[in-house]
Design a protein around this ligand. Structure first.
Ligand code: P53
Length: 478
């Protein structure tokens, strides 16, 4: 394996999202986003989504790791590792603080100009997600988020403003981060971060999800159509949380259920890639009377605004059992999850499955015939700082090495067309799911804990030197 290399020009890098690292939540004219009303949680306590910002509560994204003021120092560290690309998002609320303004906020636009210039100084290509869990909170309060068709226009305006402004600085784009997370429609965090939907006892979550997701898919397609006019050289992808679904046993009812769960989760990328809904999804929506607002024009837009590549995060696989609920009675995929006896789990209970990544790369290639981009992968873990300041995160290196071995086989042996690899949270940041700082993914340690206490000082973990070597050898030396 060691003689096997990745293709020339392979985009090695790291990934983050604006709300999880920038901080400066009120700096430069920034507005309040959905991430700004989420408190700190833990592995066992969900983050609370409050009705606006309530004084005295701990909102970890407000300050995060203050990348807003540290970005030069941080990009320099990425360059030291040899990054070819850096995936981040543009905080919608820096550009349109409320979301429905006529004119964008120049100070916000300027911040990303400076950040992208800083990246290019080191030959680092920005890879940009437009909506990564950062919708303006005003759009939630005033319009009900993506429950409202009007929000399509606000997103397209935001996207178009970014495409025009950064047309010579950014080539790689993605529209909505992990748009498929909301297939867990009974999870309030997923629904708020994806669609700006706040739960109430009168809403049918599943119905609300199909309608909101439809508007997002139309918004994505419209944005892509605009982007093509602004710069035909743009590469624009979708972004899904790809989780392969395994049957618990080889019993046919488990196999059929696994397929049904896959259909409930993975239709979003089918619409992005093929420009139309898959048959079974369409049948399910019609049978239940969901997504009542879809127009003929929407269908044309979807068919025209298809993506160039499939960006995806990969953390884990999912195993399901038909013991209690079979394929024909499945409603919420979360109800049928079973333990996989062959896999270890992380400290946060996420199954660790490197072979599942090779399987996913092959499956997505066969399904979509498009280039793929692994835009997130990694291990959230507790780190310990030794008395001499060193951080021996061999568990993280082991996780990433095992996954990269499988990626390499997929690329070299199976000829998967893979654009790049950007491990998640290349610098420690606020966890999206729990709001914790101590769930760490980084090669770079940031001195700050769950209570928000720390010097914010950055330091290199052992994995920093390991990843530098991986990039230097173009993946030959894992
Ligand atoms: P955290 C799960 C839960 C929340 C967000 O997650 C998630 C996932 C992954 O399946 O999505 C992505 O921080 C997301 C990032 C996030 C990362 O996974 O909960 O795109 O924003 O930080 C890791 O450990």
């Amino acid at each position: 394996m060691s003689e096997m290399k990745f293709p020339d020009g392979f985009l090695w890098g790291g990934a983050v999202a604006a709300h999880q690292l920038e901080g400066g939540w009120q700096d430069g004219g920034k507005g309040v986003s959905v991430a700004d009303v989420m408190t700190v949680g833990s592995n066992t306590t969900p983050r609370e989504i409050t009705d606006g910002v309530i004084p005295g509560k701990n909102y970890p994204n407000h300050e995060a790791i203050d990348f807003y003021h540290h970005y030069k120092e941080d990009v320099k560290l990425f360059a030291e590792m040899g990054f070819k690309c850096f995936r981040t998002s543009i905080a919608w609320t820096r550009i349109f603080p409320q979301g429905d303004e006529q004119e964008p906020n120049e100070e916000g636009l300027k911040f990303y100009d400076d950040l992208f210039d800083e990246c290019h100084k080191y030959g680092i290509e920005p890879v940009i997600t437009l909506a990564h869990f950062e919708m303006p909170y005003h759009l939630v309060e005033e319009y009900g988020g993506f429950a409202n068709r009007k929000v399509i226009d606000f997103f397209v305006k935001f996207a178009t403003t970014c495409f025009k402004r950064y047309k010579n600085k950014v080539k790689y784009w993605m529209t909505f981060n992990e748009i498929d997370n909301q297939s867990s429609f009974n999870n309030e965090f997923m629904m708020t971060t994806n669609s700006g939907l706040i739960f109430s006892k009168d809403t049918n979550n599943e119905a609300a999800m199909y309608q909101a997701a439809h508007y997002e898919l139309v918004a994505s397609a419209l944005a892509i159509k605009e982007a093509r006019k602004i710069n035909p050289d743009f590469e624009i992808g979708c972004m899904i949380n790809y989780t392969p679904v395994y049957p618990k046993t080889s019993a046919p009812k488990d196999i059929l259920l696994a397929q049904r769960v896959d259909q409930r989760r993975n239709w979003f990328s089918d619409v992005h890639v093929f420009g139309e809904y898959p048959k079974e999804t369409e049948a399910y929506i019609e049978r239940n009377g969901y997504r009542s607002d879809i127009t003929e024009e929407d269908k044309v837009i979807l068919s025209e605004g298809v993506v160039d590549y499939v960006g995806f995060s990969y953390y884990q696989s999912m195993t399901v059992s038909a013991d209690k609920i079979d394929a024909d009675h499945l409603v919420d995929p979360s109800d049928v999850i079973a333990k996989n006896d062959y896999l270890e789990v992380s400290d946060w209970g996420w199954p660790i499955d490197p072979i599942g990544l090779r399987y996913s790369l092959n499956l997505l290639t066969d399904r979509y015939h498009l280039p793929l981009f692994i835009v997130e992968n990694g291990l959230g873990a507790f780190d310990k700082v030794e008395s001499n300041g060193e951080i021996h995160d061999d568990y993280r290196i082991d996780y990433l090495r095992a996954h990269l071995e499988e990626v390499k086989k997929a690329v070299v042996l199976d000829h998967v067309d893979l654009m790049g690899y950007t491990p998640w949270g290349c610098i420690d940041l606020v966890s999206a799911g729990t709001g914790q700082m101590d769930k760490r993914y980084g090669f770079i340690y940031v001195d700050k804990n769950d209570e928000g206490v720390g010097t914010m000082e950055r330091s290199r973990k052992d994995s920093f030197y390991w990843y530098k070597k991986v990039i230097e050898s173009n993946g030959a030396d894992l």
